[in-house]
Design a protein. Structure first.
Length: 150
């Protein structure tokens, strides 16, 4: 079984109130919509949170039916999230969670949580253009925006 997760984060002000959303599909059929928000956050934190929550739900499914999930595909319109988890995190870990210019990595708590979640899973990270013709990405965007606390 393949799981697809469409994620998005939104923030009104940066920092400001923000929302996140993840839509989980099982073999192409919508399985679950999860979303939430925080009163004071950043857009990048919401993007990371959406991926974490979507993966947590998917891993919970796998725990109920061990070895049923063959692959998890995460779709995001955030290059920060995609590049961070597929490229930059290796250097950050190697450099004791410092950036190339020796500054502390922002959102380190969420990056570590995300890294831990995917360590024993096959996850394919795919970038999609935001606010385009991708129906699931647009739905995740709407859910994230409506989850933003006022």
């Amino acid at each position: 079984m393949n799981i697809e997760i469409y994620t998005d984060g939104a923030c009104s002000g940066n920092p400001g109130p923000g929302g996140w959303a993840a839509i989980i599909l099982n073999e192409g059929k919508e399985k679950k919509r999860i979303f939430g928000g925080e009163k004071l956050t950043t857009n990048n934190r919401m993007e990371l949170t959406a991926a974490i929550k979507g993966l947590e739900y998917s891993i919970h499914l796998d725990n109920e039916q061990p070895s049923m999930i063959k692959k998890i595909i995460v779709y995001t319109d955030s290059t920060y999230l995609k590049n961070g988890i597929t490229v930059w995190v290796k250097s950050w870990e190697k450099n004791n969670w410092k950036t190339a210019d020796k500054k502390n990595v922002k959102n380190i708590d969420l990056w570590k949580q995300l890294k831990l979640l995917i360590q024993s899973k096959e996850v394919d990270w795919r970038w999609v253009k935001g606010h385009s013709d991708n129906q699931m990405n647009n739905l995740a965007d709407r859910l994230a925006k409506t989850s933003t606390p006022s």
